[in-house]
Design a protein around this ligand. Sequence first.
Ligand code: PMP
Length: 346
Amino acid sequence: MEQGSWNQWVEDALTKLESLKVLRSLRPIYLSTEQQSRSQEPRANDEEYQVFDEMQAWDRSSVEVSISEPTFQRWLHDIPSSGDEIVVRDGVADGKVGSGEMQQFRRLLLFSGNDYLGLSSHPTIRNAAAKAAREHGMGPRGSALVCGYTNYHRLLESCLADLKKKEDCLLCPTGFAANMALMVAIGSVGSLLARGQKPLKEEKVAIFSDALNHASIIDGIHLVERRGSVEVFVYRHCDMFHLDALLSTCRVKKKVVVTDSLFSMDGDFAPIVELAKLRKKHGFLLVIDDAHGTFVCGKRGGGVAEKFNCEKDVDLCVGTLSKAAGCHGGFIACRNHVQMQFRPEI
Ligand code: PMP
């Protein structure tokens, strides 16, 4: 099977969408910094980047938390919490239950967070976020297809595409949403190219998914599975013999392999070099969820594919900005720029 077949299928699916008149183009809006900032309150000191040689107080804030003694006991004994047993007013913490009483607090160091570089509390990030809110307000004011897509979104997309060495990128509200959207889009290729109302078995898309993939991939697959356009095969965690065997016996032509690149629970890497070899052998579309590798793996922070020198073998790369980037949002970086045709210039 030629890898190029997927390009053709995607192009055919887009042509079908166009003929159905359901393709929507973005309507990019230009936000001018000059114009906005002139009418606003005085700008805070917005130095471009601040670099610190030593650990600073805010570095601790991403890992150091205070929790009340009753909450701590709940954590220890795995007792569910309503989330409102602790309320902080005017810097004084008191319990809702029996308020007025002073509560004991414990300081904990969290090793379970994803703020790998401590950037969520870095002054440059804080200042940039505050500056953006000062100049442009909050919220997108509409979905990307209506009026919520701006020159800043496009700029971020092209920076992320560069980071991932891909031609294009699509921003999503979260990494979770990115995986859901991508699985649904991939599955839709099966239904769009079906000759009849429902795709026959051989017209479907076969999705091969690692057993320990993130919940958002699994939810996305379940969503598209219910529509009847995909066949799903779950292979044993990182087991390339199992995957190879499943691929070899599968008669469906449109194959996709999806895997976390760096698994959140076990902390192990997907065998990306072996996956690249299997991709050449079977011609599947390789999708990685690089949520944990982006900005921390590889020399440029390009992620797990960069670390293992496999960027060219990855067709689609999902990422999140809520972990090492210390912000919020998700994205899908992709190999070819079929979707570019439908994006107007800003
Ligand atoms: N993929 C993986 C592997 C993740 O660990 C997570 C977050 N736990 C996500 C996707 C979702 O990212 P976000 O927080 O941006 O929704």
